[in-house]
Design a protein around this ligand. Structure first.
Ligand code: GLC
Length: 748
């Protein structure tokens, strides 16, 4: 068979091509296998996190490990000429940065340097105080607690998490769950009130909101339980001060919210500033290691509060920074926030064999584990997009408006002043808070902007458009002695059918480092109310504040009082809805309003006095002005008799309690049933009553809804002693709900 020479060439070429192709693919395959072999395990997203951590730590030097234990500040590179240049002042080896900006390109450039300009490419963990909103700001946590709607708190925190995530923030320093009973302490605004159970429930809700169903999912960010522990007992309400926390109070009151948060899977904990009965929280091995890590099995990491390690020197717990660093690290602080003590001293402490490598590795592995869980190695960068796609979505505004509506508390409503009747044709909106926007954001409001806030005045203007005309007068400032605006306010009021007087606190008067010796409003605000009272017009006092106030001089002059708290960007709409009756107020106080500063501390779950009818104040009432759980509605509810599944149970049996609640009014309402227990006689004395369950339900007018509390004796009836051990006694107990008090027994 003649063979065409060209065919031979073609065949030869084909063979060579095929051979070359095989060789090439073998090379690529080998290369990729080699690459696979060379790519360290820790970069393999499919490998188990424990193996990735181990693989990475094997390669890390001591210096690299110590840098992971360090949190700095991503100071703004504000010289626009430096764009693209190395970020000045930020070490790309650092474990974490507090980022207070929203420049995603800048934040990504820092991350890029960490990933590409360092030997191991460990991403930075960016943290920020996202307490009650990132840009879409919702009510302060104390207000959220007054909504008794944890699901709504979860939704709100979920919005905050998404906006944070889209900005490149992977970690928030929230929720704050410090039980607080001294409203002179400004940080009472940041927690969920005076009750351990309420703080525990809202803590769980917030952790779920921030971390989502799975912390590895997009839009999830790590949460941080703070400030561990007993910070709310800062003496005299003076921030940063000594806190005398008895072992009994520690276990009974201050630890339970943290235990709930750890069980809810909170990623991190922040150690507090306060000195816990002689051992500062940031150098307290008992709380940080024995309780948190050993007894509760906490697998996340502990970050110190801002410079709280260095502050051990001021507290007299360390002679210098090296000793402070040793005490904090040994006690269980894993990451040093801001004061640079760990990078300065830990290496020397290891070399001197004062700090074992095992403790270094324990801390580093905790931090790396969170970074892997967050997916930072695979998704280190925030997506670039227009700001309008990141923040202030319309559906989010609706959610935070509902949060504000449900957190406001109707404290007084004499002669049915509210809701505003349609005979009211002219409303005088008066006071320093009437048109204010920024103060409605409250403390720790992230990137919230005053211009995003609907003021009370604008909310009322929108709500009553076409129904009533509005007049406005500021009347006075928040403080000072200038009464020159009173006359104009009086004039405006005289020409109106109703006065809405908006008073309250500047946002700076609560939050961190905002202790006040008196919880009364400045006198000038009180005098304005007194001046307006002379007009004889009905007065609705609206309050925006970050703490319980002494309303003893305001209450007698007001026909109605609405505690609006610091409601966030939708505050004006929420308030206006309550004024018009579009919203039936459903908030109840999660913290007691003392009659006056002199009553502090006063809270619902105090212990019984040895002489309940004596030892009363000689000069003021002994009862608070508004107790925990207090709040009015525009409708009325009738509680049927509480029904028990039994009045005697054994320790291992459940007890079902039910109550039927009827809406006997004409307006739909949301009613929260608060279930308390009490054990009048016990091995240790117990609080007069303790909240153990609550549930909020919507009830149509004329309808009846059943509320049910399934009592689990060990969970709901046991007491905890000063060593943290729970005991359940065969004894008599009482269930208290809405004025009913029913006895039952735990028997052998
Ligand atoms: C502050 C606060 C703490 C906050 C931290 C970072 O001092 O005590 O709540 O998370 O520093 O801003």
């Amino acid at each position: 068979m003649n063979i065409d020479p060209n065919q031979i060439k073609l065949k030869t070429m084909k063979k060579r091509t095929i051979t070359a192709g095989i060789l090439l693919s073998l090379t690529i395959l080998t290369g990729s296998v080699m690459a696979q072999k060379q790519a360290p395990l820790y970069k393999n997203a499919k490998a188990p996190i424990t193996q990735r951590v181990e693989s990475l730590m094997k390669q890390m030097t001591l210096d690299e490990k110590i840098m992971q234990l360090t949190q700095g500040n991503a100071g703004q590179n504000d010289n626009q000429n430096n764009q693209g240049e190395k970020i000045k002042g930020v070490d790309p080896l650092i474990g974490s940065l507090i980022y207070t900006g929203t420049d995603v390109e800048y934040r990504n450039r820092i991350q890029k340097e960490a990933l590409e300009d360092t030997r191991l490419g460990i991403p930075v963990l960016f943290g920020y105080d996202v307490i009650h909103g990132f840009r879409t700001v919702y009510p302060i946590p104390l207000a959220q607690a007054c909504s008794w709607n944890p699901a709504l708190a979860t939704q709100s925190c979920n919005i905050a998490a998404r906006e944070s995530y889209l900005t490149g923030i992977n970690w928030t320093f929230a929720p704050m769950i410090d039980v607080a009973r001294d409203p002179r302490w400004g940080r009472v605004a940041e927690g969920y009130g005076e009750d351990p159970y309420t703080n525990a429930i809202f803590c769980r809700a917030a952790v779920k909101g921030f971390q989502g169903e799975n912390i590895s999912n997009p839009y999830s960010i790590a949460s941080c339980l703070k400030h561990f522990v007993g910070y709310g007992l800062s003496e005299g309400g003076r921030d940063y001060h000594y806190s005398d926390v008895s072992p009994q109070s520690l276990w009974e009151t201050y630890l339970p919210p943290y235990e709930a948060g750890v069980k809810a899977g909170a990623a991190t904990v922040m150690s507090a500033f306060n000195d816990i009965s002689g051992v500062p929280a940031s150098a307290n091995h008992y709380t940080l290691t024995e309780i948190l890590k050993q007894r509760w099995g906490f697998k996340g990491f502990v970050v110190s509060d801002w410079f709280s390690i260095q502050q051990l020197i001021a507290q007299g717990a360390a002679k210098d920074e090296k000793e402070a660093g040793y005490k904090a690290f040994y006690s269980g602080v894993d990451m040093d926030m801001g004061d640079n003590i760990f990078p300065e001293h830990l290496k020397k402490l290891v070399e001197e064999k004062k700090v074992p490598m095992s403790r270094i590795d324990d801390a580093v592995s905790r931090i790396l584990t969170l970074k892997f869980k967050l997916g930072l190695f695979e998704h280190p960068y925030a997506e670039m997009m227009p700001e309008s796609q990141r923040y202030l979505k319309e559906e989010d505004k609706t959610t935070v408006k509902q949060m504000a509506e449900e957190s406001m508390v109707l404290l007084k409503n004499a002669i049915q002043t509210l809701p505003v009747s349609n005979t009211v044709k002219n409303i005088a909106v008066i006071g320093p808070m009437a048109k204010d926007q920024g103060n409605l954001l409250g403390s720790w409001s992230g990137h919230g902007r005053a211009e995003d806030v609907l003021s009370f005045y604008n909310g009322i203007e929108h709500e009553f458009n076409g129904q009533a005309t509005l007049q406005y007068a500021q009347g006075c400032d928040f403080e000072g002695n200038d009464q020159s605006g009173f006359n104009q306010a009086t004039e405006v009021a005289t020409n109106s059918d109703l006065i809405v007087l908006c008073l309250g606190e500047r946002r700076e008067w609560s939050g961190e480092n905002a202790s006040r010796s008196s919880i009364a409003l400045p006198t000038v605000q009180q005098l304005l109310l007194e001046s307006l009272k002379k007009t004889g017009k009905p007065i609705v006092v609206v309050l925006s504040n970050g703490r319980p106030l002494d309303l003893s001089k305001i209450e007698p002059l007001a026909d109605a009082i609405i505690e609006a708290w610091q409601p966030g960007i939708q505050g004006g709409a929420a308030l206006a809805g309550i004024l018009s009756g579009r919203v039936n107020p459903s908030g109840r106080l999660a913290i007691t309003f003392p009659y006056c500063t002199g009553q502090i501390p006063i809270y619902y779950n105090m212990r019984q006095s040895a002489r309940p009818t004596q030892g009363l104040y000689q000069d003021v009432p002994t009862d608070p002005l508004y107790p925990f759980g207090y709040g009015l509605s525009y409708t009325t509810y009738h509680y049927g008799p509480v029904r028990f599944s039994s009045t005697k149970i054994k320790k291992n049996q459940k007890l079902i309690a039910e109550v039927e609640v009827t809406n006997t009014g004409s307006k739909i309402g949301k009613e929260t049933v608060l279930w308390y227990i009490s054990q009048p006689v016990c091995t240790i004395t117990r609080p007069i009553k303790e909240l153990k369950y609550f549930e909020k339900k919507e009830i149509q007018p004329g309808k009846t809804v059943t509320y049910r509390f399934e009592i689990n004796p060990m969970r709901d009836l046991s007491y905890i002693d000063s060593n943290g051990h729970k005991f359940l006694e065969e004894n008599e107990y009482f269930l208290l709900v809405n004025g009913q008090k029913l006895k039952f027994e735990i028997t052998k």
